[in-house]
Design a protein around this ligand. Structure first.
Ligand code: SF4
Length: 923
């Protein structure tokens, strides 16, 4: 297709909080390309692997079969859902909702929304809950990612306002990255850090993380602290700063309160005691404190490692303590800077769309603030008592106190901790409404009413990124079927509900555009710390993304906050938080001796309801595996290929394992993305719903677990290519079919085609009839299939060829050699051995080892095998990386793989070390 035939639309990435600008190419009503927006100040044209493959996840050939295209409802739980019109569906919900509110009160219903919402969506649903229904029971899945950051800012600085900006990376002398694998979770921001380090090699980067992530491996100092000990580390750093005279006494005296109490609190956190608690070397604590204390400008970047904790507020507040004590805030290159996980977590905070917040940073506990809000919305009152937060909503539903739940744009049946509770809640709730773009999420399966929502590329509005920058989101194509923008669904429902509830709830929901909604939100910010009355859609369209605050009459937004030393507290002074160190809520013990950490993969997003549409995004981490320290595995006698039973106090999961050199003994790691849609049970069957006492954020970063070898000797593996339109549905069907197996996983693979890989395990060989539907699903049941069967030993081996290439295969009973066959299948190369060799019993077939391995660079498809053979005589890590870039093209496009390429080059080539390979040209 010629470039001239492609229309372009400027919008924003729907994944992480970096908030990159994207130019979307469309042709014939379809999204056909994406590229980074060179004019967007968050990314200046760069995108990571996820952003640069967005068009693949919007391909109708793949996504349409999975989309929710029409409203569906069921009147009785026992019935299947049937198609309905919008009027019927919304009237049905409004009538049920009104009945429940009338019978049990407004707090018997709740809304669980999403950081994927645009600000306009948030505004409408927040008003719907508080002004139309009269409940504060509205919370966002942002509760799971940044409510501790909100609480930390409010506790110390007085308002939920990240004070720094991305440009501060260019000015910082010392950067502390804590609780964040920025290289994977915020890749484009990490590229910016790499650039800043290359320009200013004197910059020091410290990473505090229990794991040696790609981010940690590239740091000048890695503080591999024990899980949950961050507060002790922060106190220890401040102790050394006090001892060595780094504290800015003038700033403390002029702009803060409460330092005397904090000084007492940190007195006992000597380097030696800090080292005992954190598991660090005392010298490293002192070294980090000296680097931080001596820095002209000190910036900290932090994310879920601090937030997803039963002590997350204290972790945030004690880090901010350090900045305040050193006077490292409100200056270029200085400040505490929380990174948001989702594209519009900030929009949810700004609109107050969380159970304990109020719109435009108002205080729900303040009668004056509530009265202001009620006046703005045209109602007589806004309820005062904080609503139920994410986990609490589901606890209340499981207990029968919440009778109706409206879940929008999020997948709690995958993402909330303690999935047994979530299942109980969704089963007991009288009415579950799910507003979703995709009909195949785990949560959609529980919906009594499914409302089809528009998604990325189809919606217009705004989002705010981590640095308070508001970007316009623009629709590039029309939503499919009858899908509607989220704010329209909320507003339509609100009108129908109000007609039933009647006065005094007379709030208006009659906006005719997203812009009209946004203007309403804008008016609510007048005079607040986040005042955006100087902005408009027209200004954002003309001048591009802008930071808040941007009050009327301002020429520009404010890049960084608190430059004048005045904070958002009643007396203008920041407040030190003298908080004690508390151990993790669920301490490991003899029965559950390991600490399970969950986190992100480089190329996946949340529960993968979007990224799973692009199979190539699985190439970097193809299958769910439990990472364990090699010493812990050795002690337990685990061998390669063993399946491991992972047991927490909430449930059990069976998984493959692998040694993870990033982990210290006593720790385990599992990517957060693997829900029950991909592996039996899903990761959050294990995780804990222990909550932070202030932020009510659950402790997803730690659960005490036990591991043992699973006694499941019978194994089977199936793999094959599928039609793109059928692959997603087939995966869901295969997982349903596999329900009787104690271990089952099914994942996509492939670069140009859509493949599925299914693994099963059981204690005993199943009957042949049990395997028959699996063979049929992979097209391995016909006459043209090569087949070897050893019935007495329950062994089966099938291969289907087309043009001498493997199209599908299955191994059951013994699966050695699966990597060899999978390589041939995935590479789509002609089979070079006689077909009979393919049918050899597994234990005499070629053994695993020929498999391509992980794909390191997803842009050009460079795998570990290619890197291993591509040394090219390079005599240093820098030369080797340059050689790979020149000959293979890897690491020259989005750059997401560069940290890993540098590490691999350093491992393969002689010194100098990886850090020397700094300056890499990106196209
Ligand atoms: Fe999207 Fe990647 Fe940018 Fe995050 S860093 S906004 S995922 S392109």
């Amino acid at each position: 297709m010629s470039d001239a035939a492609i229309a372009e639309t400027r919008t924003a990435c729907p994944y992480c909080g970096v908030g990159c600008g994207i130019v979307v190419g469309t042709a014939a009503g379809r999204i056909v390309s994406v590229r980074g927006d060179p004019d967007h100040p968050a990314n200046f044209g760069r995108l990571c692997t996820k952003g640069s493959t967005l068009h693949l996840t919007a391909d109708p050939a793949t996504t349409l079969p999975a989309r929710a295209l029409h409203p569906e409802l069921r009147v009785r739980r026992a019935d299947p859902r049937r198609r309905a019109g919008w009027d019927e569906a919304l009237d049905f919900v409004a009538a049920r909702w009104a009945d429940i509110v009338a019978a049990d009160g407004p707090d018997a219903v709740g809304f669980y929304v999403s950081g994927q919402f645009l600000t306009e969506d948030y505004y409408v649903f927040n008003k719907l809950a508080r002004a139309a229904v009269g409940t504060n029971n509205i919370d966002s899945n942002s509760r799971l990612c940044m409510s501790s950051a909100v609480a930390g800012y409010r506790m110390t600085l007085g308002a939920d306002a990240p004070p720094a900006c991305y440009a501060d990376l260019d000015h910082a002398d010392c950067v502390l990255i804590t609780g964040s694998n920025t290289a994977w979770a915020h890749p484009v921001l990490y590229r910016r850090l790499e650039d800043a380090r290359a320009r200013r090699p004197q910059m020091r980067v410290i990473v505090a993380d229990p794991r040696r992530t790609e981010t940690a491996a590239a740091a000048d100092l890695h503080l591999a602290l024990l899980p949950g000990t961050d507060v002790a580390l922060h106190h220890g750093l401040l102790h050394v700063a006090l001892w060595e005279g780094f504290v800015d006494e003038r700033f403390v005296a002029a702009h803060t309160t409460g330092f005397a109490a904090l000084r007492e609190t940190v007195r006992e956190f000597t380097p030696e005691r800090t080292a005992r608690i954190t598991g660090l070397a005392a010298d490293d604590v002192v070294r980090a404190a000296r680097w931080i204390g001596a820095a002209g400008a000190f910036l900290s970047l932090y994310c879920q490692g601090l937030n997803q904790s039963s002590d997350g507020t204290a972790k945030n507040a004690t880090l901010i303590n350090l900045h305040l004590a050193l006077g490292q805030i409100g200056r270029p290159g200085a400040g505490p800077f929380s990174l948001t996980g989702q594209p519009n977590a900030m929009g949810g905070r700004e609109t107050g769309s969380m159970a304990n917040l109020a719109a435009a940073h108002r205080d729900l506990a303040s009668a004056a603030d509530r009265a202001e809000l009620a006046a703005h919305w045209g109602v007589d009152r806004v309820p005062a008592a904080p609503g139920l937060t994410a986990v609490e909503l589901f606890e209340a539903a499981a207990a029968g106190r919440i009778k109706a739940l409206w879940i929008a744009c999020t997948n709690p049946a995958q993402s909330l901790p303690d999935q047994a509770l979530v299942a109980a809640a969704l089963a007991r709730c009288e009415l579950v409404v799910v507003q979703e773009a995709f009909a195949d999420t785990a949560t959609a399966a529980h919906a009594d009413v499914l409302l089809p929502a528009a998604t990325w590329g189809e919606k217009s509005g705004t989002v705010t990124n981590s640095e308070r920058r508001i970007s316009r989101v623009r629709a590039a194509v029309a939503p499919p079927g009858e899908a509607r923008e989220d704010w329209r669904i909320g507003a339509d429902f609100a009108r129908r509900l109000l007609a039933r509830l009647g006065p005094p709830r007379a709030a208006r929901f009659d906006w005719d555009s997203a812009e009209a909604v946004w203007n309403d939100h804008r008016a609510s910010t007048r005079g607040r710390d986040l005042d955006i009355t100087g902005l408009s859609y027209a200004r954002l369209d003309a001048d591009g993304p802008q930071q808040w605050p941007f009050p009327a009459g301002a020429a520009a937004g404010r890049a960084r906050l608190y430059a004048d030393g005045r904070f958002a507290t009643p007396d203008g002074r920041a407040r030190f938080a003298a908080l004690p160190y508390r151990a993790v809520a669920e301490a490991p013990d003899a029965r559950h001796p390991l600490s399970l950490n969950t986190g992100r993969l480089r190329d996946q997003w949340h529960g993968m309801s979007r990224t799973a549409r692009a199979p190539r995004l699985f190439a970097h981490a193809p299958e769910p595996v439990l990472g364990l320290a090699a010493s812990d595995a050795l002690r337990r006698g685990f061998a390669a290929g063993d399946l491991i039973e992972v047991r927490s106090r909430r449930g059990t999961l069976v998984l493959p394992w692998q040694p993870d050199p990033a982990l210290r003994s006593g720790q385990a790691f599992l990517p957060m993305h693997w829900g029950a849609e991909f592996v039996r049970g899903g990761v959050n069957r294990l995780t804990s719903r222990a909550l932070d006492p202030v932020s009510r954020q659950p402790e997803l970063k730690h659960a005490a677990i036990a591991v043992q070898r699973a006694a499941l000797p019978w194994r089977a593996v199936f793999a094959g290519w599928f039609d793109a339109a059928a692959a997603g549905g087939r995966r869901a069907a295969l997982m349903r079919l596999a329900e009787a197996f104690p271990f089952a996983l099914c994942v996509p693979f492939g670069r140009e085609r859509h493949g599925l890989l299914l693994r099963l395990a059981a204690a005993e060989a199943p009957a042949a009839a049990t395997l028959a539907p699996f063979l049929a699903a992979f097209g391995l049941d016909g006459d043209a299939v090569l087949r070897y069967e050893d019935a007495p030993r329950h062994r089966l081996r099938c291969v289907r060829l087309h043009d001498a290439r493997i199209e599908a295969f299955a191994l059951a009973g013994a699966t050695a050699g699966d990597g060899w066959l999978l390589s041939w299948l995935a590479d789509a190369t002609a089979v070079t051995v006689p077909p009979a060799v393919l049918l050899r019993p597994s234990d005499s077939a070629p053994q695993p080892g020929a498999r391509a391995g992980r794909t390191i660079c997803n842009c050009v498809g460079t795998d570990e095998r290619a890197l291993a053979r591509g040394a090219g005589g390079a005599d240093s890590a820098g030369d080797l990386l340059a050689h790979w870039q020149a000959t293979l093209g890897c690491g020259t496009q989005c750059g997401s793989c560069l940290p890993e390429l540098r590490r691999l080059a350093a491992a393969q080539a002689p010194a100098p070390a990886a850090g020397a390979a700094a300056s890499i040209a990106l196209s």
